[in-house]
Design a protein around this ligand. Structure first.
Ligand code: NAD
Ligand code: UDP
Ligand code: UDP
Length: 343
């Protein structure tokens, strides 16, 4: 395996050649694809804090430079504008592969491109991992379970996915990405990790990305009605972003390939979510019903027994505790931006 000495690693030698307890002797060079996005930028914060060097590769389709701007002056941080559908040569120890639009509005915008990102993008990053002997972590999704017939969903469930629907580019794209990852692992002995991420929210989400939490929070702040699709009885389980990042890092550093469900088992109907948003932001916020989108999964809740047992991980931030942290960020971005525009 490649190992790169950086200033922090060398500085340990000045202490009489002894490495202080609790510090690693070497920092890693880590590639985060999609690192300018919502989840990726929080992961980058943690890796930089830990003392590692980070290279972000991002095409800025849904990511924003502002999410990682605070690292620009750090010599351990680099960012490259690049589309993972094209090959790239880099030397790294680990790859967190996140690049892929995650919200239905974004992936339905150009489904063929989404599929290419999932398939060719993942293939390129696996090829890179193989060339340099890096450990590779894929951020897959609960969408691989489709509209699940098993509840809650355990990793052993193979899913109920429509292969020709409007969500298929994402669902089937991620399923293929998992297949490729396992084939590089089995056939080429690559060290891999697979996370199946359930709905995650927090600061830095795109404000108008159409996902339910960002929609409701932005709507309540702007004094617009909360748009509930369908009858609002469909369920999701919402995880705060810091819990997810902790899970991803434990998975990368641990011994197990996975797949592992990473999500918060607290399950809410969309009407219950709307109530939490009303309680947090504006008790007078109105609810407006809209027709639901095609192929919308009826329910989703992770069984996280495997991650609890093998990674010693479970989420610790409840929806009622996490939502206010996101609201602070959204309030600042929405009203800050509007103020900028009006002069
Ligand atoms: P996001 O849209 O905020 O981040 C994705 C990032 O990837 C963005 O910065 C975007 O610009 C970049 N990107 C997209 N296509 C690219 C390409 N072809 N080349 C280079 N960069 C590209 O989404 P997120 O919520 O941070 O999701 C990150 C990962 O986690 C995704 O792979 C997503 O599928 C997965 N995931 C997220 C959730 C969730 O609820 N947030 C749930 C399940 C899975
Ligand atoms: N690849 C890449 N960076 C690298 C090594 C490979 O982008 O450092 C790409 C390569 O261009 C190919 C893909 O990864 O499209 C798969 O590479 P691999 O070597 O596994 O397969 P092959 O090139 O033999 O088809
Ligand atoms: N949804 C909603 N109102 C919105 C946006 C979404 O009621 O303004 C519903 C949507 O129909 C789905 C759920 O919220 O049942 C979660 O949608 P999201 O797009 O956030 O994530 P995903 O469907 O990928 O889980």
């Amino acid at each position: 395996r490649l190992a790169y000495e950086f200033d922090r690693g060398f500085s340990h030698l000045s202490a009489g050649g002894r490495i202080p307890l609790g510090l690693k002797s070497k920092s890693l060079r880590i590639l985060v694809t999609g690192g300018a996005g919502f989840v990726g930028s929080h992961l980058v914060d943690r890796l930089i804090d830990r003392g590692d060097s980070v290279i972000v590769v991002d095409n800025f389709f849904t990511g924003r430079k502002e999410n990682v701007l605070h690292h620009y002056k750090n010599p351990r941080f680099e960012i490259i504008r690049h589309d993972v559908v094209e090959p790239i040569l880099l030397e790294v120890d680990q790859i967190y592969h996140l690049a892929c639009p995650a919200s239905p509005v974004h992936y339905k915008y150009n489904p063929v491109k989404d599929h290419k990102t999932n398939v060719m993008g993942t293939l390129n990053m696996l090829g890179l991992a193989k060339r340099v002997g890096a450990r590779f972590l894929l951020t897959s999704t609960s969408e691989v379970y489709g509209d699940p017939l098993q509840h809650p969903q355990a990793e052993t469930y193979w899913g109920n996915v429509n292969p020709i629907g409007v969500r298929s580019c994402y669902d089937e794209g991620k399923r293929t990405a998992e297949t490729l990852t396992m084939d590089y692992h089995r056939g080429l002995n690559l060290e891999v990790r697979i996370a199946r991420i359930f709905n995650t929210y927090g600061p830095r989400m795109c404000i108008d990305d159409g996902r339910v939490v960002s929609n409701f929070v932005a709507q309540a702040l702007r004094k617009e009605p909360l748009t509930v699709y369908g009858d609002g009885k469909q369920t999701r389980s919402f995880q705060y972003v810091s819990d997810l990042v902790e899970g991803l890092m434990r998975l990368m550093e641990g011994e197990h390939v996975g797949p592992f469900n990473l999500g918060n088992p607290g399950e809410f109907t969309m009407l219950e979510l709307a109530k939490v948003v009303q309680d947090t932001i504006d008790p007078n916020a109105k609810i407006e019903f809209r027709p639901n989108t095609e192929d919308d999964p009826h329910k989703r809740k992770p069984d996280i027994s495997k991650a609890k047992k093998l990674l010693g991980w479970q989420p610790i931030v409840s929806l009622r505790d996490g939502l206010p942290l996101m609201v602070t960020d959204f309030r600042q971005r929405i009203f800050g931006d509007e103020k900028d525009q009006t002069g």
